[in-house]
Design a protein around this ligand. Structure first.
Ligand SMILES: Nc1nc2c(c(=O)[nH]1)N[C@H]1C(S)=C(S)[C@@H](COP(=O)(O)O)O[C@H]1N2
Ligand SMILES: [Mo]
Length: 330
């Protein structure tokens, strides 16, 4: 990934307490009775909705009943304005401010999510089909880009595992492969062919990673519907992995036997691996991963914080990797 010279208009610095806000959030959800979505998780897909008309209203009413997070969260939240103006989304351009500038006219509809491969319920689903049975959860996660900047974001979404279970993967499903929309009318950078990335943007997870309770399918930020620059209408959030794994604007989910080849592996496999777990002990070939610039920050106050192994989620995810060498499988 390109590291651009510092933009003096970057947001200003502030203090932050480096400790997980996620656990206190879980605690809060438990107390509020939001956890244990078991029944919804196993709801089968009903008759597929025929129009795109209802999903936005459905999303707004679901957001209205989430939209809260504990004031006791240990990490100070990154302001909304920074989250929606400092982005990586190469379909809109490679600059950090390209996604917010070039997505103003982006229309989500029509949108379909295609489910393929080793599942009992493949098909093309509307956003209404996708959203319907899932209660939304607010989750404050740290988010760490491989370029060594980070944010703390109150995402709104639902567990990826709950969505996956509805499609009934078979025993042949070893990995999950995701694709972003390809549409040069909606994504300006795709009009220039393959000059920046090879479209579609592709990401992948092992089945165990995809089913992990931290893996979130995101539909909102700060209680508001996801904006195009952040990956509307559906994007992943995998807080223990570098940001590029959290693919935006998903239109395809495939269940496959072989490890998928991902976009950044294809671009530079010596720099970006399949796993991409946040790891201060394994430097990027071109820069250190020991610390990160927490947004908001500035040229004069970069607001460095120590990078934590698995971005601070080691207790929850380390068991997924007990049998692999993390310096080889970076
Ligand atoms: N389709 C797509 N998904 C993507 C990207 C992209 O360029 N295209 N960039 C990735 C990278 S490098 C990061 S750091 C995050 C940025 O998410 P944010 O802009 O919401 O902070 O999105 C990830 N998902
Ligand atoms: Mo990134």
């Amino acid at each position: 990934m390109l590291i651009k010279s510092k933009d003096p208009s970057e947001p200003k610095s502030y203090e932050i307490t480096p400790e997980s806000g996620y656990l206190s959030r879980r605690e809060w959800l438990k107390r509020a009775g939001y956890l244990g979505v078991g029944a919804a998780a196993f709801t089968h897909l009903g008759a597929q909705a025929k129009t795109d008309a209802n999903w936005q209203a459905m999303l707004r009413s679901k957001l209205a009943s989430s939209n809260q997070w504990p004031s006791s969260a240990k990490d100070e939240l990154t302001p909304y304005d920074d989250i929606i103006k400092y982005n990586n989304f190469y379909e809109f351009g490679t600059g950090k401010d390209d996604p917010s500038r070039n997505s103003k006219d982006f229309k989500v509809d029509p949108w379909r999510v295609e489910i393929e491969g080793a599942v009992k319920r493949p098909g093309k689903y509307t956003l209404e089909d996708i959203l319907k049975p899932h209660p939304l959860e607010d989750r404050v996660y740290r988010f760490r880009c491989v370029e060594a900047w980070s944010m703390v974001v109150p995402w709104v979404g639902f567990p990826l595992a709950d969505l996956i279970k509805r499609f009934e993967p078979t025993s042949k499903a070893k990995y999950v492969r995701f694709e972003t929309l390809v549409d040069p009318d909606r994504f300006p950078a795709q009009r220039f062919g393959r000059s920046t990335l090879d479209w579609p943007y592709v990401e992948g997870l092992t089945m165990a990673e995809a089913m992990h309770p931290l893996s979130l399918m995101v539909v909102g930020i700060y209680g508001k519907p996801l904006l195009p620059q952040n990956g509307a209408p559906l994007r992943l959030m995998l807080p223990w992995k570098y940001g590029f794994k959290s693919i935006k604007s998903i239109v395809k989910i495939q269940f496959v036997e072989q490890q998928p080849r991902t976009t950044w592996q294809r671009m530079a496999s010596q720099e970006y691996g399949f796993y991409a777990n946040v790891n201060p002990q394994v430097d990027h070939p071109r820069w250190s991963q020991k610390r990160e610039r927490r947004l908001p920050n500035s040229l004069f106050n970069p607001n460095w914080v120590e990078t934590q192994k698995f971005n601070g989620y080691e207790d929850q995810v380390a068991s997924l990797y007990k049998d692999i060498d993390l310096s080889k499988n970076f």
